[in-house]
Design a protein around this ligand. Sequence first.
Ligand code: COA
Length: 336
Amino acid sequence: MYKTLLTDLADNILTVTINRPDKLNAINKDVMSELGEVVEEIYSNKDIRSAIITGAGQKAFVAGADISEFLGLDQEQGRELSAKGHNIFFRIASSPKPIAAAVNGFALGGGCELAMACHFRLCVKTAKFGQPEVNLGLIPGYGGTQRLVQLVGRGRAIEIMLTGRMVEATEAHTMGLVNYIVEEPDELLTRTRELLSIINEKAPIAIARVIECANIAAGDGIAYGGLNGSSGSSSGSDGMRHGHSTTGGHGRKDAAPKSDAGADAGWEADPFGGDARPGDNSSAQAAHHTHAGAQPGAANGFLREQAAFGECFATLDMQEGANAFLNKRKPHFTGH
Ligand code: COA
């Protein structure tokens, strides 16, 4: 059914395995699109009560966005790439059904961002986390500048993002980036399923509301999605009100929970439910995205990240960083 993902549904838990082990499960266009599709499946399939995202093989969860797809992108294409990732990771973070990350190895760049978009994280003791985008003349572009701050605090997050260093599992656990470390790799999925089985016994609507309220508390703008312009107040629906694409296509278009006008206009869905294009960072637009009950600065941070990610694509240093990685040499950055 999927080209780049393996899926397995057992005991109402869908296990999604990103399956590009030869490229350390790097997120290329296909993986991102299929993550969009599978998250819609999680929302819509009544047999699924919770889900796990993991990576194939023992080496990597996901070693980042696929760097080989970066070269040749201009500023606007960079921003669009970021916006697409934001929309899909937003759908993961705002899923009314719990989605856990089972981190079986490297979780770098987009991989760390994917794990952070999930509701909680378990990892093997050899796992390594990081946001090494600065080594490529880039910044995190799939929500990392916002979610890492939320999870570990600003001081730690900024240091990790500025150094691009790897964070070992024990340190990740100490700082709250992961909930549990398992000793043996083959315990990872078992332990994750045990936790989800406990949750699956609870009332689904209560589970959905906890996620929704916790997301509001995190102040990351997630409360904007699917609330038809109101923030925080529940419609009293079954927690699945984001719905599923009636087109049968993948979930990107209907990832705009609110703005039909936006989806029709063909631009990337705006997770904040506003009618401005994501990435438009005029202060007027930023204010437009400011709904009562959420933190305006935080919501704007996601939009600013998309624009800033795009801006990196207009730099020579990003070309240099990606080329150096692909040619297995050290980059030489000049500040241009
Ligand atoms: N994008 C594209 N390809 C990637 C990739 C990525 N993010 N990460 C790894 N790969 C590929 C490598 O190019 C290599 O492909 P090849 O065998 O065709 O040469 C393969 O996956 C194995 O990776 P390799 O670098 O040889 O493994 P390693 O054990 O020496 O190093 C890492 C592992 C994770 C340290 C290293 O792959 C790495 O730094 N990856 C990039 C991490 C990153 O910057 N992510 C953020 C991207 S925005």
